[in-house]
Design a binder for this molecule. Structure first.
Ligand SMILES: [Zn+2]
Length: 343
Protein backbone atom coordinates (compact mmCIF):
# COMPACT_ATOMS: atom_id res chain seq x y z
CA UNK A 1 0.00 0.00 0.00
CA UNK A 2 0.96 3.66 -0.17
CA UNK A 3 1.73 5.67 2.94
CA UNK A 4 3.39 8.89 4.07
CA UNK A 5 6.88 8.94 5.55
CA UNK A 6 8.94 11.83 6.86
CA UNK A 7 12.70 11.58 6.25
CA UNK A 8 13.72 14.90 7.74
CA UNK A 9 12.79 18.55 7.93
CA UNK A 10 10.77 19.48 4.85
CA UNK A 11 11.17 15.96 3.44
CA UNK A 12 7.84 14.14 3.23
CA UNK A 13 7.41 11.28 0.74
CA UNK A 14 4.61 8.94 -0.23
CA UNK A 15 5.98 5.44 -0.74
CA UNK A 16 5.11 1.76 -0.97
CA UNK A 17 5.05 0.06 2.42
CA UNK A 18 3.94 -3.45 3.50
CA UNK A 19 0.18 -3.96 3.69
CA UNK A 20 -1.04 -4.06 7.29
CA UNK A 21 -1.87 -7.51 8.66
CA UNK A 22 -3.28 -8.75 11.95
CA UNK A 23 -0.51 -9.58 14.43
CA UNK A 24 -2.26 -9.70 17.79
CA UNK A 25 -5.71 -11.14 18.61
CA UNK A 26 -6.82 -7.61 19.59
CA UNK A 27 -5.76 -6.03 16.27
CA UNK A 28 -7.96 -4.71 13.51
CA UNK A 29 -7.04 -3.56 10.03
CA UNK A 30 -8.76 -0.36 8.95
CA UNK A 31 -8.92 1.06 5.44
CA UNK A 32 -8.51 4.83 5.76
CA UNK A 33 -11.36 6.93 4.35
CA UNK A 34 -10.23 10.31 5.65
CA UNK A 35 -7.09 11.47 7.41
CA UNK A 36 -5.38 14.79 7.90
CA UNK A 37 -2.22 16.69 8.70
CA UNK A 38 -1.87 17.94 12.27
CA UNK A 39 -0.33 21.19 13.43
CA UNK A 40 1.92 18.97 15.57
CA UNK A 41 3.24 17.29 12.38
CA UNK A 42 4.67 20.69 11.47
CA UNK A 43 7.14 20.64 14.38
CA UNK A 44 9.13 17.67 12.98
CA UNK A 45 8.49 19.02 9.48
CA UNK A 46 10.42 22.10 10.58
CA UNK A 47 13.20 20.44 12.56
CA UNK A 48 13.47 16.64 12.17
CA UNK A 49 17.09 15.49 11.71
CA UNK A 50 17.61 13.46 8.51
CA UNK A 51 16.64 9.80 8.90
CA UNK A 52 17.60 6.90 6.66
CA UNK A 53 14.45 4.86 7.22
CA UNK A 54 11.91 7.60 7.59
CA UNK A 55 9.06 7.78 10.03
CA UNK A 56 5.47 6.84 9.23
CA UNK A 57 3.15 9.80 9.66
CA UNK A 58 -0.40 10.59 10.65
CA UNK A 59 -2.39 10.02 13.82
CA UNK A 60 -5.88 11.22 12.91
CA UNK A 61 -8.09 9.03 10.77
CA UNK A 62 -11.40 7.37 10.26
CA UNK A 63 -12.07 4.42 8.07
CA UNK A 64 -13.72 1.10 7.45
CA UNK A 65 -12.82 -2.10 9.28
CA UNK A 66 -11.41 -4.67 6.87
CA UNK A 67 -10.35 -7.41 9.23
CA UNK A 68 -10.39 -8.13 12.95
CA UNK A 69 -8.53 -10.50 15.26
CA UNK A 70 -10.39 -13.11 17.35
CA UNK A 71 -10.48 -10.82 20.41
CA UNK A 72 -12.21 -7.84 18.87
CA UNK A 73 -15.84 -8.17 19.96
CA UNK A 74 -18.40 -5.77 18.58
CA UNK A 75 -16.48 -4.78 15.49
CA UNK A 76 -16.60 -6.38 12.09
CA UNK A 77 -15.83 -5.95 8.44
CA UNK A 78 -17.49 -2.86 6.98
CA UNK A 79 -17.92 -0.93 10.24
CA UNK A 80 -17.14 2.78 10.05
CA UNK A 81 -14.79 3.71 12.90
CA UNK A 82 -12.93 6.69 14.33
CA UNK A 83 -9.38 6.13 15.58
CA UNK A 84 -8.27 8.55 18.31
CA UNK A 85 -4.71 9.82 18.11
CA UNK A 86 -3.49 7.47 20.83
CA UNK A 87 -4.40 3.78 20.88
CA UNK A 88 -5.37 2.26 24.22
CA UNK A 89 -6.73 -0.96 25.72
CA UNK A 90 -9.77 0.64 27.35
CA UNK A 91 -9.43 -1.61 30.40
CA UNK A 92 -6.43 -0.52 32.51
CA UNK A 93 -6.76 1.83 35.48
CA UNK A 94 -5.78 4.90 33.47
CA UNK A 95 -8.29 4.08 30.71
CA UNK A 96 -11.06 3.55 33.25
CA UNK A 97 -10.13 6.92 34.72
CA UNK A 98 -10.65 8.51 31.29
CA UNK A 99 -6.95 9.09 30.74
CA UNK A 100 -6.44 6.81 27.74
CA UNK A 101 -3.37 8.80 26.71
CA UNK A 102 -1.59 7.23 29.72
CA UNK A 103 -2.81 3.69 28.93
CA UNK A 104 -0.49 1.02 30.31
CA UNK A 105 -0.73 -0.90 27.02
CA UNK A 106 -1.26 1.98 24.61
CA UNK A 107 0.89 3.93 22.22
CA UNK A 108 1.20 6.42 19.41
CA UNK A 109 0.63 5.97 15.70
CA UNK A 110 3.40 6.27 13.17
CA UNK A 111 7.13 5.93 13.61
CA UNK A 112 7.67 2.22 12.90
CA UNK A 113 3.94 1.47 13.16
CA UNK A 114 1.28 2.36 10.62
CA UNK A 115 0.17 5.97 10.67
CA UNK A 116 -3.05 7.56 9.58
CA UNK A 117 -1.62 9.19 6.45
CA UNK A 118 -1.77 6.05 4.34
CA UNK A 119 -4.20 3.73 2.64
CA UNK A 120 -4.74 1.50 5.68
CA UNK A 121 -3.50 0.85 9.19
CA UNK A 122 -3.12 -1.99 11.65
CA UNK A 123 -4.91 -0.84 14.78
CA UNK A 124 -3.48 -2.27 18.02
CA UNK A 125 -5.89 -2.67 20.97
CA UNK A 126 -8.81 -2.25 18.58
CA UNK A 127 -11.59 -2.93 21.12
CA UNK A 128 -10.37 -0.11 23.38
CA UNK A 129 -9.26 2.21 20.62
CA UNK A 130 -11.87 2.32 17.88
CA UNK A 131 -15.23 4.03 18.16
CA UNK A 132 -17.94 2.71 15.87
CA UNK A 133 -20.07 5.25 14.03
CA UNK A 134 -23.69 4.39 13.18
CA UNK A 135 -23.99 2.92 9.70
CA UNK A 136 -25.23 5.03 6.83
CA UNK A 137 -23.97 8.46 7.93
CA UNK A 138 -23.97 11.19 5.33
CA UNK A 139 -20.56 11.50 3.66
CA UNK A 140 -20.75 15.26 4.28
CA UNK A 141 -20.29 14.53 8.00
CA UNK A 142 -16.96 12.75 7.55
CA UNK A 143 -14.77 15.88 7.98
CA UNK A 144 -16.43 16.75 11.29
CA UNK A 145 -16.31 13.12 12.44
CA UNK A 146 -12.61 13.10 11.58
CA UNK A 147 -11.97 16.01 13.96
CA UNK A 148 -13.03 13.74 16.85
CA UNK A 149 -9.82 11.85 16.23
CA UNK A 150 -7.81 14.74 17.61
CA UNK A 151 -8.32 18.41 16.81
CA UNK A 152 -11.84 18.99 18.13
CA UNK A 153 -11.25 16.75 21.16
CA UNK A 154 -8.08 18.73 21.84
CA UNK A 155 -9.99 22.02 21.73
CA UNK A 156 -12.65 20.45 23.96
CA UNK A 157 -9.97 19.26 26.40
CA UNK A 158 -8.70 22.82 26.74
CA UNK A 159 -12.19 24.08 27.54
CA UNK A 160 -13.11 21.15 29.78
CA UNK A 161 -9.96 21.22 31.91
CA UNK A 162 -10.32 25.00 32.27
CA UNK A 163 -13.81 24.45 33.66
CA UNK A 164 -15.55 26.49 30.96
CA UNK A 165 -19.27 26.91 31.67
CA UNK A 166 -22.03 29.48 31.05
CA UNK A 167 -20.59 31.41 34.02
CA UNK A 168 -17.05 31.76 32.68
CA UNK A 169 -15.51 34.26 30.32
CA UNK A 170 -12.92 32.79 27.99
CA UNK A 171 -9.87 33.88 26.01
CA UNK A 172 -8.55 31.56 23.32
CA UNK A 173 -4.94 32.23 22.38
CA UNK A 174 -4.28 31.11 18.81
CA UNK A 175 -6.29 30.98 15.59
CA UNK A 176 -5.00 27.64 14.31
CA UNK A 177 -7.31 24.67 13.93
CA UNK A 178 -7.00 23.78 17.64
CA UNK A 179 -7.73 27.35 18.71
CA UNK A 180 -10.81 27.53 16.51
CA UNK A 181 -11.98 24.17 17.86
CA UNK A 182 -11.41 25.50 21.39
CA UNK A 183 -13.71 28.43 20.57
CA UNK A 184 -16.37 26.02 19.30
CA UNK A 185 -15.96 23.80 22.36
CA UNK A 186 -16.17 26.75 24.77
CA UNK A 187 -19.36 27.92 23.05
CA UNK A 188 -20.76 24.40 23.21
CA UNK A 189 -20.12 24.37 26.97
CA UNK A 190 -22.13 27.56 27.29
CA UNK A 191 -19.54 30.36 27.42
CA UNK A 192 -21.10 33.60 26.25
CA UNK A 193 -18.02 35.78 26.16
CA UNK A 194 -15.18 34.33 24.08
CA UNK A 195 -12.23 36.50 23.08
CA UNK A 196 -10.16 35.01 20.27
CA UNK A 197 -6.56 36.17 19.95
CA UNK A 198 -5.36 35.71 16.38
CA UNK A 199 -4.29 37.84 13.50
CA UNK A 200 -5.28 35.88 10.38
CA UNK A 201 -8.65 37.36 9.46
CA UNK A 202 -9.71 34.35 7.35
CA UNK A 203 -9.28 32.20 10.43
CA UNK A 204 -10.71 34.57 13.01
CA UNK A 205 -13.79 35.03 10.77
CA UNK A 206 -14.43 31.29 11.15
CA UNK A 207 -13.73 31.75 14.86
CA UNK A 208 -16.55 34.29 15.04
CA UNK A 209 -18.86 31.81 13.31
CA UNK A 210 -17.78 29.22 15.88
CA UNK A 211 -18.76 31.56 18.72
CA UNK A 212 -16.01 34.12 19.35
CA UNK A 213 -17.57 37.40 20.49
CA UNK A 214 -14.39 39.48 20.19
CA UNK A 215 -11.22 39.16 18.14
CA UNK A 216 -7.89 40.64 19.26
CA UNK A 217 -5.35 40.73 16.45
CA UNK A 218 -2.59 42.38 18.47
CA UNK A 219 0.12 40.23 20.06
CA UNK A 220 2.39 40.55 23.07
CA UNK A 221 1.94 43.50 25.44
CA UNK A 222 -0.47 45.21 23.06
CA UNK A 223 -2.71 42.16 22.79
CA UNK A 224 -2.63 41.71 26.53
CA UNK A 225 -3.72 45.29 27.07
CA UNK A 226 -6.53 44.89 24.54
CA UNK A 227 -7.97 41.85 26.33
CA UNK A 228 -7.74 43.64 29.66
CA UNK A 229 -9.54 46.62 28.13
CA UNK A 230 -12.34 44.33 26.92
CA UNK A 231 -12.76 42.83 30.39
CA UNK A 232 -12.78 45.89 32.63
CA UNK A 233 -9.08 45.42 33.38
CA UNK A 234 -9.46 41.94 34.88
CA UNK A 235 -8.89 39.39 32.10
CA UNK A 236 -11.04 36.27 31.66
CA UNK A 237 -11.80 33.35 33.98
CA UNK A 238 -10.43 30.81 31.53
CA UNK A 239 -7.60 31.10 29.02
CA UNK A 240 -7.08 28.34 26.46
CA UNK A 241 -3.51 28.34 25.16
CA UNK A 242 -3.59 26.72 21.72
CA UNK A 243 -0.28 27.82 20.16
CA UNK A 244 2.51 26.23 22.16
CA UNK A 245 5.08 29.01 22.16
CA UNK A 246 6.68 30.85 25.09
CA UNK A 247 5.00 34.06 23.97
CA UNK A 248 1.59 32.36 23.93
CA UNK A 249 1.88 31.05 27.49
CA UNK A 250 3.17 34.42 28.70
CA UNK A 251 0.20 36.12 27.04
CA UNK A 252 -2.14 33.55 28.58
CA UNK A 253 -0.87 34.27 32.09
CA UNK A 254 -1.25 37.96 31.32
CA UNK A 255 -4.88 37.82 30.27
CA UNK A 256 -6.20 35.42 32.90
CA UNK A 257 -8.32 36.86 35.68
CA UNK A 258 -7.14 36.45 39.29
CA UNK A 259 -8.33 33.06 40.50
CA UNK A 260 -8.59 31.88 36.91
CA UNK A 261 -7.35 28.92 34.93
CA UNK A 262 -4.91 28.66 32.03
CA UNK A 263 -5.19 25.45 30.04
CA UNK A 264 -2.58 24.52 27.50
CA UNK A 265 -3.10 21.98 24.75
CA UNK A 266 -1.35 20.97 21.57
CA UNK A 267 2.35 20.23 21.33
CA UNK A 268 3.87 22.93 23.55
CA UNK A 269 7.40 23.87 22.53
CA UNK A 270 8.37 25.78 25.69
CA UNK A 271 10.15 24.21 28.64
CA UNK A 272 9.47 26.88 31.23
CA UNK A 273 6.29 28.56 32.38
CA UNK A 274 6.61 31.84 34.30
CA UNK A 275 4.67 30.73 37.40
CA UNK A 276 6.44 33.19 39.65
CA UNK A 277 5.48 34.67 43.03
CA UNK A 278 3.25 37.23 41.32
CA UNK A 279 1.28 34.41 39.68
CA UNK A 280 1.02 32.66 43.03
CA UNK A 281 -0.37 35.83 44.58
CA UNK A 282 -3.04 35.85 41.85
CA UNK A 283 -4.08 32.21 42.47
CA UNK A 284 -3.68 31.12 38.88
CA UNK A 285 -4.16 27.45 38.02
CA UNK A 286 -2.24 25.91 35.13
CA UNK A 287 -3.83 22.82 33.62
CA UNK A 288 -4.41 21.11 30.27
CA UNK A 289 -2.14 18.63 28.56
CA UNK A 290 -2.52 15.98 25.93
CA UNK A 291 -6.20 15.36 25.21
CA UNK A 292 -7.52 11.88 25.98
CA UNK A 293 -9.63 12.05 22.81
CA UNK A 294 -10.96 8.53 23.39
CA UNK A 295 -12.62 9.76 26.60
CA UNK A 296 -14.57 12.47 24.79
CA UNK A 297 -15.70 10.92 21.49
CA UNK A 298 -18.95 9.36 22.72
CA UNK A 299 -19.93 12.62 24.43
CA UNK A 300 -19.22 14.81 21.40
CA UNK A 301 -20.41 12.42 18.69
CA UNK A 302 -24.17 13.15 18.93
CA UNK A 303 -23.63 16.89 18.38
CA UNK A 304 -21.57 16.14 15.27
CA UNK A 305 -24.04 13.56 13.94
CA UNK A 306 -27.01 15.92 14.27
CA UNK A 307 -25.09 18.90 12.87
CA UNK A 308 -25.24 21.02 16.06
CA UNK A 309 -21.51 21.59 15.65
CA UNK A 310 -19.45 21.45 12.47
CA UNK A 311 -15.80 21.34 13.55
CA UNK A 312 -14.93 19.90 10.13
CA UNK A 313 -15.09 23.45 8.79
CA UNK A 314 -11.46 23.83 9.91
CA UNK A 315 -10.46 21.81 6.83
CA UNK A 316 -9.88 24.25 3.99
CA UNK A 317 -8.03 21.96 1.61
CA UNK A 318 -8.30 18.31 0.59
CA UNK A 319 -5.55 16.28 -1.08
CA UNK A 320 -5.15 12.68 -2.18
CA UNK A 321 -2.16 10.65 -0.96
CA UNK A 322 0.07 11.91 -3.77
CA UNK A 323 -0.79 15.44 -2.67
CA UNK A 324 0.32 14.96 0.95
CA UNK A 325 3.77 16.60 0.50
CA UNK A 326 2.08 19.67 -1.00
CA UNK A 327 -0.36 19.60 1.92
CA UNK A 328 2.52 19.82 4.40
CA UNK A 329 4.01 22.70 2.42
CA UNK A 330 0.67 24.53 2.39
CA UNK A 331 0.18 24.17 6.15
CA UNK A 332 3.77 25.08 6.98
CA UNK A 333 3.48 28.13 4.72
CA UNK A 334 0.14 29.05 6.32
CA UNK A 335 -1.63 28.86 2.97
CA UNK A 336 -3.91 26.20 4.43
CA UNK A 337 -5.42 26.07 7.90
CA UNK A 338 -5.79 22.29 8.01
CA UNK A 339 -5.42 19.78 5.21
CA UNK A 340 -7.64 16.73 4.88
CA UNK A 341 -6.39 13.62 3.12
CA UNK A 342 -8.71 11.46 1.07
CA UNK A 343 -6.59 8.45 0.06
ZN1 LIG B 1 -5.40 1.42 29.14
Amino acid sequence: MRATLMYGAGDVRVEDVPDPVLREPTDAVVRVLRSCICGSDLWPYGSMPPSEHGSRMGHEFLGVVEDTGPDVPGLGRGDLVIAPFVWSDGTCDFCRQGLQTSCRHGGLWGGDLDGGQGEAARVPQAPGTLVKIPAGVDEALLPSLLTLSDVFCTGHHAAATAGVSPRTTVTVVGDGAVGLCAVLAARRLGAERIILMGRHSGRTDLGREFGATDVVAERGAEGLEKVRELTGGDGTHAVLECVGTAQAIATSLGVVRDGGVVSRVGASQYTEVPMDFGTLMRNITLTGGVAPARAYIEELLPDVLDGTIQPGRVFDRTVDLAGVPSGYRAMAGREALKVMIQP
